[in-house]
Design a protein around this ligand. Structure first.
Ligand SMILES: Cc1cc2nc3c(=O)[nH]c(=O)nc-3n(C[C@H](O)[C@H](O)[C@H](O)COP(=O)(O)OP(=O)(O)OC[C@H]3O[C@@H](n4cnc5c(N)ncnc54)[C@H](O)[C@@H]3O)c2cc1C
Length: 419
């Protein structure tokens, strides 16, 4: 990949070249702006988060990556199967598209290897003209209360300042602006202390065709679950999420803990992994849920995981990164024209918070009231749940979806979440 150095201030310095950062750069380029991506890792690099929602396909099309996605050989995802501990507690949520007349139709999306997917996004941004520096952002430049650039450290240890008219924090869980005290701190109140252990396996039994490329979620008990996501004809991504404490066993390797955990979650998972063999490193991540308020301000904006991440169970992460990048590009473009007015950044904050609240209603209802969720998804509000799972969360009237209102009211009445 070509690495370029900026000559003079760039429009937007983007911290991190994951899906949020790379797609923000692509959107800014399309608006005639000059973005610079600073990414600390060499791509391709491993990243968890392989299952896409239906709307991701549309967003990737908009970015001109439709042909790549169709030709890359990624497994086709038609929906999500959720299996409870008993055979009767099972439901399927299909990926659905939305036609212009409001009717829904069966659609598909993909499961992606994130090393390949993220590298394609970043490469495309650079090919189309984004500046790219391999380095780590280690500090923020400020003029009064305005953020006006970043200090980066390059591979040889040298540091330099990059001036920018705005800084977009797309650093994911790293939370760059939070660490630097520009925003934050991360609020973890009400978020469970969880740990996820994940690896790639071969020999796992899959759902029958045509759903053999789809996501399967195995429910154990509250906040205790597992996923399987096919990555190609043989390899499956498998993750197990447990309350922290269950896995604080320093005397065991991650591989041993992963193998042991496979038998702890759900009988269907046990049956399917009987002949499975681990073919990758085993990774672990804990305390990944948080919420940072006030994530926009003079000269800065946060996109994707850098300001909020709740729970990976329904695979909203990449969708949120791509969709927030789209909204952030529009907001930054307007703000750069008239930096004294904060309205564009405020509008962005409102739109993404509205969508994130809906994600939170869904996830909290699933954990706090699993039988209610089963009834909504399997019987009374199948279409609404398919709509939400497909990722159409960003319209102004998303809260008017009947199932959203029911979940919001239930959570508020039971004191589990403010309306
Ligand atoms: C256990 C688990 C399972 C998940 N499963 C799914 C799933 O199936 N589907 C899904 O859609 N989502 C899933 N997610 C969420 C998904 O991985 C993230 O939401 C998504 O990657 C967010 O994209 P991003 O661009 O905001 O951040 P990232 O993809 O994390 O990208 C951030 C980039 O910033 C770089 N960076 C960080 N700090 C700096 C710095 N200081 N200077 C320069 N560069 C920096 C990093 O190297 C990285 O490349 C999962 C998450 C977890 C924890």
């Amino acid at each position: 990949m070509t690495t370029l150095s900026p000559d003079g201030p760039v429009d937007v310095a983007i911290v991190g070249g994951g899906p949020a950062g790379a797609s923000l750069a692509l959107r800014l380029l399309a608006l005639g702006r000059r973005p610079l991506i600073v990414e600390k890792e060499d791509f391709p690099r491993y990243h968890i988060g392989e299952s896409l929602t239906g709307e991701c396909a549309n967003l990737l099309d908009e970015l001109g990556l439709g042909d790549f996605m169709h030709g890359a050989g990624f497994p086709v995802k038609r929906g999500v199967m959720v299996s409870g501990a008993s055979a009767t507690a099972q439901f399927w949520v299909p990926v659905e598209g939305l036609a212009g007349d409001g009717t829904r139709f069966p659609a598909t999306t993909w499961q992606v290897r994130r090393d390949e997917f993220d590298a394609k996004l970043l490469d495309t941004a650079v090919e189309r003209g984004a500046l790219h520096i391999k380095g780590e952002c280690v500090d923020v430049l400020r003029e009064g209360n305005r953020v006006c650039g970043v200090t980066i450290r390059e591979a040889d240890g040298t540091t330099r300042n990059i001036e920018a008219r705005a800084v977009a924090d797309c650093s994911g869980q790293h939370g760059f602006l939070c660490r630097k005290g520009v925003i934050g701190p991360k609020d973890r109140t009400g978020y469970e202390n969880q740990v996820a252990l994940f690896a790639q396996v071969k020999g796992m039994r899959r759902d029958p065709e045509p759903n053999d490329g789809s996501t399967h979620i195995f429910y154990g008990r509250r906040h205790h679950w597992a996923w399987s996501i096919p990555l190609d004809d043989e390899v499956t991504s498998v993750g197990i999420v447990l309350p922290k404490g269950k896995l604080d066993r320093n005397d065991r390797s991650k591989a041993e803990q992963f193998a042991e955990s496979l038998s702890l979650v759900n009988p269907e998972l046990i049956a399917r992994t009987q002949h499975a063999e681990i073919v990758s490193d085993v990774h672990a991540i804990s305390n990944y849920s948080y919420h940072v308020r006030d994530f926009t301000g003079p000269g800065f904006i946060c996109v994707g995981d850098s300001h909020r991440f709740l729970d990976p169970i329904f695979s909203f992460g990449v969708l949120i990164a791509l969709q927030e990048a789209k909204l952030a590009a529009t907001a930054l473009n307007r703000w750069l024209d008239a930096p004294a007015k904060m309205a564009p950044l405020d509008d962005y904050a409102e739109a993404v918070s509205r969508a994130q609240a809906v994600v939170e209603y869904v996830i909290r209802t699933f954990w706090e009231f699993p039988l209610v969720f089963l009834r909504l998804a399997h019987f009374s509000h199948r279409g609404d749940i398919a709509e939400i799972f497909s990722g159409r969360l960003y319209s102004e009237n998303v809260r008017d979806i009947e199932a959203v209102g029911l979940m919001r009211d239930l959570l508020a009445k039971s004191g589990k979440m403010a309306a």
